[in-house]
Design a binder for this molecule. Sequence first.
Ligand SMILES: C[S@@+](CC[C@H](N)C(=O)[O-])C[C@H]1O[C@@H](n2cnc3c(N)ncnc32)[C@H](O)[C@@H]1O
Length: 251
Amino acid sequence: MSGYDTLAEVYEWLISDAKLSPAEFAASFADVLSLLPPNAHVLDCSCGTGQLAVGLAGLGMQVVATDASEAMVRRTAELSEEFGASVRTVRADWQELPDHFDDDTFDMVFCVGNSLHHAVGASGRFAALESMSRLLRRGGRLVLASRTWELVRARGSRLDISDRLVRRNGRDAVVVYRWEIAPHWEEEHHIEIAVAQVDAAGSVLVRSELLSCWPYRYDELEVELHRVGLRTEMSTFNPEAENYTVVASRG
Ligand SMILES: C[S@@+](CC[C@H](N)C(=O)[O-])C[C@H]1O[C@@H](n2cnc3c(N)ncnc32)[C@H](O)[C@@H]1O
């Protein structure tokens, strides 16, 4: 159980406009996607509500979408049906992936949208990356998008309240993030996320979840990728930017 089963219900309030559209989400990876063969086999291994997986299927790829959260997987299956997309969905956390898929299966594995920090500590992260790596065929690529934890930790514990209402499905909500930053990098950190929907009569409906996470420095991630047999081909890491993407290929 990963957390996220409650947030799955209100996840659209948590993602940017650009990620809401499957085609747009997939297009944001156009550079790496252009390296794939036709009919490539791709895995989104923390698929959330499925926009990326559905977008990739729309480009003609053979897509599998997995997530630790049952509710997220259900939402991905529903979105696929809504778009008439062919996406195979499986509930699996990263360490369970080798139970479901053979080694050397995928041309590309996506782990995007600030997911990897939910792996439990350095050993959990290593096991997760190792699973992702072994499912890649030789020359296949892992695409990993991450928060810049160096920046997040430097800001310390805090409360972030959206400065505008977020409107989705005709409903407005205030989105709140409460960051609980532990004294040391290797300790369990927490992010509590609340989506407070406000209706026209002034009633407020809140959905919230307390998530655990284990941050990592970019330098550590590079070493860990190397240890699981992946070579960094491209990285947008910039210590002053909020997020970065790493593309690493299996030797
Ligand atoms: C911040 S969301 C990102 C979802 C999606 N990739 C996106 O970009 O919107 C993190 C996702 O990671 C999933 N997750 C957390 N722990 C996981 C684990 N151990 N194995 C697989 N997925 C996990 C959560 O259920 C959630 O869907």
